[in-house]
Every structure is written in structure tokens, then in C-alpha cells.
Unconditional design. Sequence first.
Length: 289
Amino acid sequence: MNPNAFRYVIDESMTMISRRKAGNAISIVIMGLSLLILGVFLLVTLNVQAIIDRASGEMRVYVYLKDGTPTAASRDIQMKLLALTGVEEVVFVSRDEALSAFRQTLGDNKDMLNALESNPLPDAYRLKIKTEYIRSEYMEKLAGDVGKWPGIEEVRYGEQWLARGERLVKGFYITDLAIGLIIFFSVIFVIANTVRLTVLSRQKTIEVAKLVGATNAYIRIPFLVEGALQGAVAALLAVGLLAVLHLFAKRYLPGILFMRGEAVAGFVLFCALLGALGSYGAMRRFLKV
């Protein structure tokens, strides 16, 4: 595109926008509110995913040693545990540390432990597993293999809680995907039809431009630019409203996350593309340009 053509596109786009300030404002508000619904959904999904990640990060495997296991053998077990695929950290928990932590867990009822003549708890290793390996199949195999090692009394990782958690997470992902698709296509429908109504209101202008010999590209490009600008401004409006809702929610839910800068930029670019595609579709299907 030569400089004169580019200047024409920009001037024509700005002229079209300035002529219909009220109509464009209404279109932007309608698109912005629909995008706000999508933004709220994305924000909820982001924070639920963060909760799932934090819960996974708290997952630990306890490897209990047999009483009387020599120090050298215990160190060998620790080295072998560290060498396992998926194990991020191995921490030794002595029986005294375990009993002290148990006392704190009991709180006001800790006095009942005073009746114990000796510490019944074994020494153990606490394993932190990498997030991508926290799956029932891997954990079951890990517990089965390590449980057969010499000097190992038992391996525990809360298999019932893990299985229930996986079912809940799977149910969340399926539900989230279904709701997300419904909201996504609804937003696309609203934006596309809002932009199409804008184009339809200019039908006379397009017909006159065709009569004086304007090419399809010269007619189409200003509308594409206008649609892209409408989509981008609507996205910024939605992000601004979402930021206000986020600040309000932080009062009651400290630590709630917000979209990162690159995610906001991608969201705005995506909405600009939707606006341009809406204009293109309207001119192609309805105006036969």
C-alpha cells in the first residue's frame, strides 16, 4: 500500500468514526459488556487453576523407615529417593520432629501424649513431587516400588484424597470447558452482529462509493480498521471494568490473581481481530462487496 492509499485509509476510518460517535459508543459499550463476561470467566478460571496448583504443590509423600535402620543405610535410601524421576526434594523427618509436629496438631489435646512411655513414631523421609508427576498412576507406582526397598516400613501419600482430587479437577476442567465455549461463542456472536449492524448502517455510503468507481479494497479497508478499533476499545473497556471488580474482590479474597500484562495485550489484539473479521463478514455476506 502506497503512502497516499495508507493516508486515505486512516483519514476515511477516522471520518467514519467521528460521524457516528453515538452509534460507535453504543456498539463499544455493548461489546465491552459482553467481553466483561468473558473476562470474569477467564479470571475465575485463572484463580481456580492457581488454587489447584497450590494444592498440588502441597502434596507430599512420606517414606517411613523401619526401626533400627542404620544411618548409612538411611543415607543410601535418601540418595536413591533423590535419584527417582519426578522427585524434587527429599527431607529427613526424625521421629522426635514427627512427635513434636503431632503435639502441635493436637493443640489443647496434646496432654494425652504424656501417657506414652516412648516415641512410637518412626523416622521418615518427606518427598516433594514435581507438579507434572502428581498423578495417581505415578504415585501408586512410586509407593509400590519404594515400599519394596530394604529398610522401608511403609510409603504413604494419601491415595484416597488424591483420587478424589483428580476426579474433582477433571470435573472442573470439563465443566469449565463447556461453559467457556458457550461464553466464547456467545461473545463472538454479539461482537460480530454488533459490527455488522454498524456496517449495514453505511450501505448507502458503500453503494455511492461503488458507483464512483472505488475498488473493493478501498471500500473494505476503512471498515476493517473501524471494526478493529471498536473491538480493541471494547476490550480495553472490559479490562478496565474487570480491574475495578478485581480491586473490589481483593477486599474479601486477598491474594486473588489478575491477568498478566501479556495476557491483557493478547486479549485486546484478539478482540481487535474479532472486530475486523466481523466487518469483513458483514461486507461480504450482506453487502456483496
